[in-house]
Design a protein. Sequence first.
Length: 671
Amino acid sequence: MVLALMGSGCDVIDIPEITQRDALTWVRPEPSGEHCAFGGQAVLTGLDQDRDGELDDEEVNATHYLCDDAPPQVRTRTQAEPHGANCALGGQAVQSGLDRDANGQLDDAEVSATDYVCASTVANVLVRVRPVAPGAQCARGGQVTHAGHDANGNGLLEDAEISREVYGCDEPAPVLARVREVPRSVAPCDRGGSVVEAGADLDLDGVLAPAEVDATAYACDVPPADLKLVRYEAEPGGMNCPAGGTGVNAFEDANGDGSPDPNGFLTTVHVCQSSRIHDGDFVVASAVDLIALDGVGRLRGTLRIEAPTLAEADLPSLSIIDGSLIVQGNSSLRLANLTTLRFIGGNVELRDNARLDKLNLGNATRALLRVGDSLTVENNPALTHLEGLVAVVPANDITLRANNAVVGPGGLPNVVTLKGSLLIQDNLRLTQNPFFKLAHVHGDVVLRNNSGMAGPFGLDWLEKVDGVLEMSSNAQLMTLLPMGKLTAVGSLFISDNSKLPNTAGFESLVRADRIVIQGNPVMSAAGDMPLLAQVEQDFSVKYNPMLQRVHRLPQLRSAIAVSSIGNDELVSLEGFGLMTRMSLLEILGNPKLPTLSDFTALREVTVLQVRGNALLTDFGLEELARVMGDFVVTDNARLPTCKATALAAKVFQGGTGLVHIDMNDDTATCP
């Protein structure tokens, strides 16, 4: 419509000019809806009739829509994943990405992410593995593992089904290797040789510390100068190292030409890289928790397996535990299979697993499993042997207690030295010990209450015990002959062994701090130590009801104290005949001992106590010249009091000591 306005003195308005000048366009986002299914833009046009520079709603006279195309759809596809690094037991690779060409399927070029849904050893439990980019969770990247029950049975682990999440971060450590000399008579090289050691430099100090050695090979009869090391930086994932690692090749090169000698020593030791590291302690309370650790090669913390319903514990990738390994209270566990373990920084504790009958820690054919602290195997009543521990080498203590199905445990030849102690106790059927190469124990060796053990068999190479060697309450113990290589011991305790007839067997023992032989009900003779020359403290025989003599100590010339107490049948102490001085001579309650004349060389005693010896009639201490402390002779019914007073007058030196003579035979006369 055209409107013309006319009037006197008025200008004519040019309508086309106004329309062109005041026409405006406004573009705004258009949400998904009836105009644009996937959103877009709305283009609004009209005249700015009020000339305010904006197109108001009432000024809009036309709207056009510029709609976005449908976005590419996210599509997935699955394909079988074989056994390997991504899925140890196989599974599915779930690939995802945008269908950019809108052809309705995910093409190879469109795959942007892959998750692995892996089978597990537990029915209906799945694992999903997803890569993690470098960032806050993993500085160098890694993977996150989710595990849970496939509740809907569709073969995929959905978010709602996840019950455990574990991050495994990439953190490779450099590998170090060295060659050391093996002295003669050190297992396993009797004539000496070399040992090749390799391991990851876990503390990054550039030095291969003993605790970092996790791959070892012995080259017996080959001097270190003839061995050459060549390092290969890429050991692919496989049997030697599940997640890959480093192979160190060592070969004999006596002529120095850089090549292996014909028929010479040649080996490769493998240091497995922990391509996935989990920080912190980890508790396995169910099969899902265990499976969530799949793919983790190093655990910087303590691993506790405490899952009452778990039947098998299999960790095919774990090689390093910085803390301890504790497998305890698993009432259904039959198999513990951790064969890739190479290093455990703390303790290994296997306790109270009622049905555990198969146990494999480490793999001795590939490397030793070094344990930074101690090994405890306790109260596993179904365990029949310890052969699955053949690779284990603990630094400190070993405890084998109350494993009542173990009879012949098998050999653990890699245990040669212990900084701590060895305790073997309360094993109902154990007939021998597995430590047949053990030579030196810095702490104690205790064999106590092992009902089936007839002798300390399996300790035949034991040469030195710095602490206590105790053999007590072993109901079937009948011989000590396997101890024939023992040369030195801190304290020797032989007590309460109901069938032990004597102490024969210590053919090489030269020195002991203490010797205590006590409460052995059928023992008739003690001694039989042909090389024993020195006892630093006391030599005591106590409460052995059938003991008749202490004999065959032809080299013994020194002991601080000698005590014979409560031995009902004792008639001879001839084994002490070479001793010339001691701080204490204590002869108490030996009712059949007639005389002390077996102390033929004794000249000096600090304290002499002779009490309660019913048949004692004479001292017979012809060489005794000095008693410098107490002189106590009481309750010896047949010993003439006059002999006691005469001896006291001859040898007592007075000082701070006392003379106490009482309840002897006051009626007898002396010549």
